[in-house]
Design a binder for this molecule. Structure first.
Ligand code: LLP
Length: 430
């Protein structure tokens, strides 16, 4: 099995975190998103411990765009890690569970005045400032409130991590951040240092997502530490924080390698420490922002099989009761997923088919050419590793309600997000 929280029981059913997925589907209905709480906590602890390789104050920030709802912030709060938010909506969710604001970093390439105001009113820890306009606005609104706001600036280090173009963000041609190699980074640093109600405390970068190798991260921190040194030399300013973003990959299919997050972070820590020593700067506090690798393999989605269409010499379609509305990633990026017939997990997977959703468009596919144990109507299919960027990217296209989220822990299950109702769907309409 792809991950060690997946097994097959004596009934031949797929189990997830020791629970029978067929029983869960019966109890909560489908489509159903399951989240393995212990696994998320383990991953948060692993990252927290690994960050100590950098320094005592270094910490992971959960990139909550990957999976955002109240309970996940409660868990992050209990595990004493920080979070990265990218909108007032995410921030509002964190505020609603009294997440400690000093550990919140507000990202985004186009924060509105309302976003900035809302964040300052809630005493946000840090803004990750993306551009000049935003810095001015933060300064103005902080001054109005009579506070000095801590800010780190997002830089583009000019690294190409060779991942999918839509999730590659570290190159000079990016809508995010300010490029080092064009000299614009120097300009924005100079500007930030003139602002009375902004305190420039660090730099941020994020080169992309679903990156398997450690090399792009090593190249990135190399460039970033050199820049911290340059700022000390040329602007007489010692930087306290270096936030190196997220991006570690996760295993979606058997052919994906295993990633040793701890080992990779150790390598990055060694490089940073050596560079810091060499250049004589103070060791900054290091933050990383794992999203996908924190939660992807803690998630699994269950669907019920409806129609099975066999087109002779062309293709077999197995249609399910969800699709691009709860998982748009294949439609958007042709992302790979492992699909299992959870009802017949002990049977040979030799039926080649495309798993289709129920939206009114041909591109609504979860995966093409997968091998399943031959399904019949009402079988339950499990799509593995759906914890990241599935629920958070879900939509109501075709007025399909979003599925519920059920957390499983120590052999028990509980609803943490209810299934949307049709009333929820029309609630804002006059
Ligand atoms: N920090 C920043 C500033 C980011 O933009 C992101 C992701 C992360 C951290 C977390 O990266 P991760 O560790 O999850 O790779 N919707 C796409 C992924 C978009 C990622 C956006 N930024 C997908 O489904 O693959």
């Amino acid at each position: 099995m792809l991950h060690d929280n997946l097994k097959i029981n004596e009934k031949g059913h797929l189990t997830f975190a020791e629970l029978d997925t067929i029983e869960l589907a019966k109890e909560y209905g489908t489509p159903l998103m399951l989240i393995d709480e212990n696994r998320i906590r383990e991953r948060m602890r692993l990252y927290k411990k690994a960050m100590k390789n950098f320094s005592d104050s270094s910490m992971p920030l959960f990139a909550s765009k990957a999976l955002c709802f109240k309970e996940i912030y409660r868990i992050a709060k209990e595990e004493e890690i920080g979070i990265d938010v990218v909108s007032s909506g995410e921030l509002y969710t964190a505020v609603s569970v009294e997440f400690p604001m000093e550990k919140v970093f507000f990202h985004g390439n186009n924060k509105t005045d309302e976003d900035i105001k809302f964040a300052i009113e809630n005493n946000i820890g840090y803004f990750v400032a993306d551009n000049f306009e935003e810095l001015s606005k933060i300064n103005e609104l902080a001054s109005r409130k009579g506070v000095v706001q801590k800010v780190i600036i997002r830089l583009t280090p000019g690294i190409d991590p060779h991942t999918h173009a839509s999730i590659s963000t570290g190159k000079v041609d990016s809508k995010f951040g300010v490029a080092i190699e064009t000299g614009q980074a120097d300009e924005i640093v100079k500007f930030a240092l003139t602002l009375e109600n902004v305190k420039l405390v660090g730099f941020h970068c994020h080169i992309g997502s679903q990156i398997f190798e450690v090399e792009p991260f090593l190249m990135t921190v190399n460039t970033m530490v050199e820049y911290v040194f340059k700022v000390k030399k040329e602007f007489n300013t010692e930087i306290e924080i270096l936030d190196i973003g997220g991006g570690f990959a996760c295993r979606y299919v058997e052919s994906d390698g295993f990633i040793d997050y701890e080992k990779n972070l150790k390598e990055i820590a060694t490089l940073i420490k050596n560079k810091v020593l060499e250049s004589g700067i103070k060791m900054p506090t290091i933050f990383i922002e794992p999203g996908r690798s924190m939660v992807a393999d803690s998630g699994l989605t269950l669907y019920t099989v409806g129609s099975i269409k066999e087109i002779k010499n062309v293709k077999n379609y197995v249609s399910i009761d969800g699709g691009m509305t709860d998982n748009p990633r294949y439609a958007l990026y042709q992302s790979s997923y492992t699909v299992v017939n959870a009802t017949r997990a002990d049977k040979k997977a030799d039926y080649v088919c495309s798993v289709a959703g129920r939206c009114c468009e041909s591109g609504d596919l979860i995966q093409e050419n997968v091998k399943l144990a031959r399904p019949v109507r009402d079988d339950i299919l499990a799509v593995l590793c759906t914890g990241a960027y599935n629920y958070s990217m879900a939509s109501n296209y075709n007025r399909i309600p979003r599925p519920p989220i059920v957390m499983v822990k120590d052999g028990k299950s509980r609803i943490v997000v209810k299934r949307e109702s049709f009333d929820d769907i029309i609630k804002n309409e006059v």
